[in-house]
Design a binder for this molecule. Structure first.
Ligand SMILES: [Fe+2]
Length: 132
């Protein structure tokens, strides 16, 4: 696959904001992580940097997702169950990427494709819809 120019690093825009400060801060962190992963792939630094990327992804799932779920429950979000299922799917995918990496598979590009899609479809679209 020719990936030249396929991924463009994100800049935070006001339209991305949900207005809930702790959520926006985590979303900015996730955007920065996506940008880091774009760099890692284009600079071919997967071997050196993949553990740092996994560390940050696990941090996002462990430190943040439950907090977002608690908040969505508190405000009575009507599609809460489906939203929570998307989080569970994300966690499952990250674990399977980690397993593939441990099996010496070259996963960086596919991880980027997945993380980039999650950022656009879940964070910028699903979370935004749930919170505004
Ligand atoms: Fe979410």
């Amino acid at each position: 696959m020719n990936i030249q120019n396929k991924f463009i690093k994100y800049t935070w825009l006001s339209e991305y904001e949900t207005g809930v400060t702790f959520i926006d801060n985590f979303h900015k962190n996730f955007m920065n992580l996506t940008n880091t992963l774009i760099d890692v792939v284009y600079k071919q630094e997967c071997k050196q940097k993949i553990m740092m990327v996994f560390h940050r992804l696990v941090n996002y799932t462990e430190d943040y997702l439950v907090k977002e779920e608690m908040y969505l429950q508190k405000i009575g979000y009507k599609n809460f169950k489906e939203h929570k299922a998307e989080h569970a799917e994300f966690i499952k995918e990250i674990i399977s990427f980690q397993e593939a990496y441990e099996n010496k598979e070259d996963i960086c590009l596919n991880l980027l494709i997945y993380v980039d899609k999650y950022f656009k479809n879940h964070i910028l679209t699903g979370d935004k819809k749930a919170l505004t």
